[in-house]
Design a protein around this ligand. Structure first.
Ligand SMILES: *[C@@H]1O[C@H](CO)[C@@H](O)[C@H](O)[C@H]1NC(C)=O
Ligand SMILES: *[C@@H]1O[C@H](CO)[C@@H](O)[C@H](O)[C@H]1NC(C)=O
Length: 371
């Protein structure tokens, strides 16, 4: 499905327009024609903060908005250690590091827009729920696993030693002591056939999804405080199981997809998602392609322009949560079941623009493992 993007409200942002705007008396008095919120990215599994693909995205934003502040979350000094931290570690500790890191960045102090790729999406949501200081305005998650995964993801590149090691270790049992505390992917694995064990043993997802008996009201309070939670699902995602987890969907024990609105999560508003939905703060949208295989054109048209480059005019305030002027241009909610009617087969013809971002979750669908 295609969402028509309305003409951008950002008038003085393109390089050409900047020159034109700077010519006017008002704009000439300002050093920048508009104030833009900084952007924070969180990469996915197998990727690192400043990989070629990530840097390409940052450049695509700076082509439109030169001078915008962009921070890419990194959990280690070196790119290779940062990549490894996407496989090995305790996610709760990692979120704490992220909280410290973002708190220490002066440019972010008035808030920022955030983009999380794949697992980076649910980790940024955890940042909001556990810290949110500085505060997030829009959170855009791309192919994330909000609802958990029913299988440990595979490795895209055969030579990815960290990924292969992660899978080997995960095979010994996702909820066993060592694995559940040290393998990142095990910490958002959810066994559809044994929910009780998941609730009892998993150290991350049941807590961050407020699925445990005792709910943390701070989580809902912080999440509902953001402007928008925008969730993209990949239309032809064969590597995240189930792909509907990008919209908080999950499977029942027979493999049937339960949409968010049919879950207690929504009905009992554990995270405030129902409240957000009613306030027009949830966006469910689709990107063409396999997991993390989007075009630069889609990134700019569907993510950068509508959610990352909103103009903050002199009168707009970061706290202005009641402003729903632009709601009509947001994605339509895909109602029940619609997510399952997409053609899973087709490849389409824009591959030359595909980004070099490593796919987070592998495509070795045949390499099923029994957990
Ligand atoms: C709820 O979450 C906040 C943020 O992580 C934490 O400070 C607080 O202790 C939690 N409350 C309970 C009851 O667990
Ligand atoms: C800001 O508010 C002032 C006074 O209410 C108004 O005159 C001005 O046009 C507003 N500016 C913008 C950019 O909306």
């Amino acid at each position: 499905m295609r969402i028509p993007i309305s003409p951008s409200p950002v008038l003085c942002l393109s390089l050409a327009a900047l020159v034109a705007c700077a010519g006017s008396a008002t704009a000439a008095a300002l050093s920048l024609p508009v104030a833009l919120r900084p952007i924070v990215f969180y990469h996915g599994m197998g990727d690192s903060a400043h990989s070629k693909g990530m840097v390409q995205l940052f450049e695509s934003i700076r082509d439109i908005a030169p001078g915008i502040f962009i921070h890419s979350i990194s959990l280690a000094e070196s790119e290779s250690d940062d990549q490894r931290a996407g496989f090995f570690g305790n996610v709760n500790n990692q979120i704490e590091l992220v909280c410290e890191q973002l708190k220490g960045i002066e440019e972010l102090k008035d808030g920022f827009n955030a983009v999380g790729f794949s697992q980076g999406g649910q980790f940024l949501r955890a940042y909001i729920q556990r810290c949110n200081g500085p505060p997030v305005h829009n959170l855009v998650t791309v192919g994330s696993q909000h609802g958990g995964v029913s299988d440990i993801p595979g490795c895209v590149q055969a030579e990815d030693a960290s990924c292969r090691l992660m899978r080997t270790i995960a095979r010994s049992g996702v909820y066993s002591g060592y694995v559940r505390d040290h393998i990142v992917q095990a910490q958002y694995y959810k066994d559809p056939k044994n929910i009780e064990r998941y609730l009892e043993r998993s150290i991350f997802l049941p807590d961050i999804n407020n699925e445990l008996a005792i709910k943390n009201s701070t989580y809902a309070k912080r999440l509902t405080s953001i402007n928008k939670l925008v969730m993209f699902m990949f239309k032809d995602d064969l590597t995240v199981k189930p792909k509907e987890t990008a919209w908080f969907g999950f499977e029942d024990e027979n493999g049937e997809i339960i949409d968010l609105e049919d879950q207690d999560q929504y009905k009992q508003d554990w995270l405030g998602l129902k409240t957000m939905d009613h306030a027009g703060k949830l966006v469910f949208d689709i990107l063409e392609g396999e997991h993390m295989q989007f075009s630069l054109e889609d990134f700019t048209g569907k993510i950068t322009k509508p959610y990352l480059l909103e103009v903050e005019d002199g009168n707009a305030s970061l706290e202005d949560e009641n402003d729903h002027r632009d709601q009509r241009k947001m994605g339509h909610r895909h109602r029940k079941g619609s997510s399952r009617h997409h053609d899973r087969g087709g490849r389409h013809g824009r591959n030359k623009n595909r980004l070099a971002i490593p796919r987070i979750l592998g495509s070795d669908a045949h390499d099923q493992i029994v957990l």
